[in-house]
Design a protein around this ligand. Structure first.
Ligand code: HEM
Length: 114
């Protein structure tokens, strides 16, 4: 598969992840959300990491620091709904953190500062 295919799949994965997060945070503490949201969240995470690594491989990047940092953002975003559910973080704070970490991950991909 081409680098373009992986790039598009990576961004579709990001869309799935954030749609899932939105639904899960909207229902946080308000009863049971539709199973669709955790599915979107989990599937988005999977599609993103597979397509991200596929893209890095196609482009011959290896494992640069900016990519390791993106994986760090991805891991923290992955656990945010659990932290909100267990009341470790208020849902609004978790939502804001997701936005900041998502923005940081985009910045890292675009500028590759390190
Ligand atoms: C929340 C986490 C993430 C977000 C929001 C995100 C977002 C993006 C976006 C929007 C791009 C396209 C940039 C462009 O076309 O110029 C991109 C590219 C890329 N991402 Fe991610 N990403 C995330 C996590 C990851 C992870 C976990 C990996 C790891 C394997 C990864 C690897 C890549 C690679 C290799 C590129 C290609 C950079 C290039 O075109 O030179 N990303 N990412």
């Amino acid at each position: 598969m081409s680098a373009e295919f992986y790039r598009i799949a990576h961004i579709v994965g990001v869309l799935m992840l954030f749609l899932g997060l939105g639904g899960m945070f909207a229902f946080a503490g308000k009863g049971k959300a539709s199973a669709l949201y955790p599915i979107l969240h989990g599937l988005g995470l999977l599609v993103m990491i597979v397509a991200g690594i596929g893209q890095a491989h196609k482009l011959g990047y290896g494992w640069p620091t900016w990519m390791i940092l993106k994986i760090g953002c991805w891991v923290v975003i992955a656990v945010l709904p659990t932290l909100a559910k267990k009341n470790v973080l208020p849902a609004a704070v978790a939502l804001l953190l997701a936005l900041v970490l998502g923005g940081t991950a985009v910045w890292l991909a675009v500028t590759k500062p390190i």
